[in-house]
Design a protein around this ligand. Structure first.
Ligand code: MRU
Length: 358
């Protein structure tokens, strides 16, 4: 997708310099900085501090992390240790483990002198596949937006939470892909963007990328969605997910659950968009999903531009106050209208998912 009119992906391999390039998302929206990842430690750190974030992009970065490990030291023990560290760099998004496992499976039995080429091809393939899947999610989700538009004959208002946009994937996004496709087709859409405290991925990233694609959007405080739904100002919600269970339960950015409850109470369709790499076929009970708890400073401090346009971080809470920063919650399947996947739209249930993914 575009930034200042130029097409970008969120991650790519720089053949000339033999490094991995990322857009440093901790600097957005105030600074656009492309950063080099040169070692596997760089990749692990980028995931941990959220220079890259969003389930599919974390997966892509982990895949390239294995490539960087091989470039550093073509030694099986080092590669295995790196794979473990990459898997543990963030706990909730299943794409991370999925990508590392896929890379390690591909590398098993490969001769040392071919490891790098095989790893690089597979990391590129993981990213290409994600682009294709996200594009298909868009084409499938477009049908829902089109249907609402054909009935309403007026602008379709869509609410989204966090950033499940192209910045969270390699391109297109999951939740935003149907929106981009609708916009390209000339359907008038407007997006309510949940600010998404504490890290403000909605305000800093979703609104930013929608602006760059010229899609009308309005940032709202996280607690505003309920009243907008009561007023009939939300036609549908679309969110992403970090881990979807085979039962149809959906783990996503903290606050998603409350939005789904409000949507249910107001008969607003609540859709979740995901590539199949986000499905966890092993866990059945949502209480078994590891929920990341992040640094309390993400709550107690905020970053922005000061009067001289310099980025500044300030404390906003009393020094003595305790904080708690759970990064994700789970929305039970009963609140999800449907799952929009690369293979089609299905009911959020075992039966629904099995029909699409045999
Ligand atoms: O903590 P983040 O910014 O990595 O969380 C991102 C989300 O919650 C997204 O909704 C999810 O990863 C889906 S991305 C297509």
């Amino acid at each position: 997708m575009k930034i200042e009119g130029k097409e970008y992906r969120t991650i790519w391999f720089d053949e000339k310099n033999q490094t991995v390039k990322i857009i440093d998302q901790t600097k957005l929206p105030h600074q656009f900085i492309i950063k080099d990842l040169k070692t596997v430690k760089d990749a692990i750190n980028a995931i941990k501090v959220m220079e890259v974030r969003g389930a599919p992009l974390i997966g892509g970065t982990a895949a390239y992390g294995i490539v960087l490990a091989i470039m550093e030291k073509n030694d099986l023990n080092f590669i295995k240790k790196s794979a473990e560290e990459l898997t543990q760099s963030r706990p909730t998004a299943i794409n991370l483990k999925w990508a590392v496992d896929r890379m390690m499976k591909k590398l098993s039995g490969v001769n040392n002198n071919e490891l790098l080429k095989v790893a690089l091809d597979e990391a590129k393939e993981i990213c290409e596949e994600d682009v294709k899947f996200c594009e298909n999610i868009g084409l499938n989700g477009l049908k829902i937006i089109e249907e609402i538009y054909n009935k309403k004959k007026d602008k379709v208002n869509i609410l989204t939470h966090c950033n499940a946009g192209w910045l969270a994937t390699i391109n297109w996004g999951t939740a935003t892909s149907p929106i981009y496709h609708a916009h390209k087709k000339g359907i008038p859409v407007h997006v309510w963007v949940d600010e998404t405290r504490p890290r403000n991925q909605g305000a800093n990233l979703t609104s930013y990328e929608l602006n760059e694609e010229k899609i009308p959007n309005t940032i709202i405080a996280d607690n505003t969605g309920g009243i907008l739904m009561q007023r009939g100002e939300v036609d549908m919600c679309i969110v992403g997910t970090d881990r979807t269970l085979s039962t149809g339960d959906v783990c996503n950015k903290i606050g998603t659950y409350l939005k789904a409850l409000a949507a249910k109470d107001n008969n607003v369709p609540f859709y979740v968009a995901l590539p199949s790499s986000t499905i966890d076929w092993n866990i059945e009970n949502f209480k078994d999903i590891p929920i990341e708890e992040r640094n309390s400073e993400e709550l107690s401090h905020m970053e922005g531009l000061d009067e001289s346009n310099k980025v500044k971080k300030v404390r906003i809470y009393p020094k003595k106050s305790k904080t708690m920063n759970l990064a994700f919650d789970v929305t039970p399947a009963k609140y999800v209208t449907g799952l929009i996947t690369e293979k089609g739209i299905c009911e959020a249930s075992k039966k629904g998912l099995k029909k699409l993914f045999k």
